[in-house]
Ligand binder design. Structure first.
Ligand SMILES: [Zn+2]
Length: 257
């Protein structure tokens, strides 16, 4: 099973926080939250530097752990995507300084490398899985997903059946990717799937409506930013912090205002 190219978005270093990569207006409303959602793909020690894309998208485990510790020490509280949906619907109040951590694609790293760090730090993440790739080499295996869910440290979301360019698909095929992956995850793991992540961060005008129609309560994009509201709940922005740690990490995140 080939690994899909990761979500590229816009390199964090090349984009000022105020620049938005989309013309979609992010509206302000009474339930708007300022809440950074971080995006990760690989947490590995060994990514070959010739594999430029993956090399750039990787965060080595020691740095990932240092990042979590920096955020914890600074008073951030990690929440899941379904908790953000609850907060946007004014059903719950999030803890002070909320933040979400997301990992896309469901690589084996989530279990082998990230999970031990979560157990140590008690940080929570939302992992977006590609259902056709589950149980394949390099990807999460079903019993591992069950263990992740049981820990209470990991929530799962859908990242489609096989990571297509959703913006290019006809609506019926896009809906199949969006709806069937949700149903499969819910059947396999008995856990309600509230969150969706767009492969490559790509969507067209219709895609967020399909995601909403399929019963998701929230979706994340690769638009840069940290403002979340009911108006953009189906294409919430995320932040790629790269390998920043310590003060550089905190400064980088706080610049998204
Ligand atoms: Zn992806």
């Amino acid at each position: 099973m080939p690994e899909p190219a990761p979500e590229i978005g816009v390199p964090a270093s090349s984009l000022p926080p105020e620049a938005n990569t989309t013309s979609l207006e992010v509206g302000k409303d009474s339930t708007a939250l300022h809440l950074p959602i971080l995006i990760y793909h690989y947490v590995r020690d060994t990514v070959h530097s010739r594999d430029i894309l993956r090399y750039q998208m990787n965060v080595p485990p020691a740095i990932f752990e240092a990042q979590l510790q920096t955020l914890i020490d600074d008073g951030f509280h990690f929440v899941s995507l379904s908790q953000i949906a609850d907060a946007l619907e004014a059903k719950i109040q999030l803890p002070e300084k909320p933040m979400a951590i997301t990992l896309d694609d469901g690589y084996e790293d989530v279990y082998s490398t990230v999970f031990p760090i979560l157990k140590k730090t008690q940080a929570k993440i939302t992992a977006f899985l590609i259902t056709d790739y589950l149980d394949h080499k390099k990807y999460l295996k079903s019993p591992e997903v069950e263990e992740l869910l049981k820990s209470g440290l990991v929530e799962i979301g859908s990242h489609t059946l096989n990571h297509p360019h959703l913006d290019k698909l006809k609506d019926d095929l896009a809906l199949k990717q969006i709806a069937e992956s949700k149903a499969l995850l819910e059947k396999d793991f008995g856990s309600t799937v509230s969150a969706f992540a767009y492969p490559y961060g790509l969507f067209n005008k219709q895609t967020p409506k399909l995601v909403e129609g399929a019963g998701y309560r929230i979706a994340v994009s690769t638009i840069y930013g940290a403002d979340d509201s009911l108006k953009n709940r189906y294409f919430l922005p995320r932040i790629n912090v790269g390998q920043r740690i310590g003060k550089k990490l905190l400064d980088f995140i706080s610049a998204f205002k």
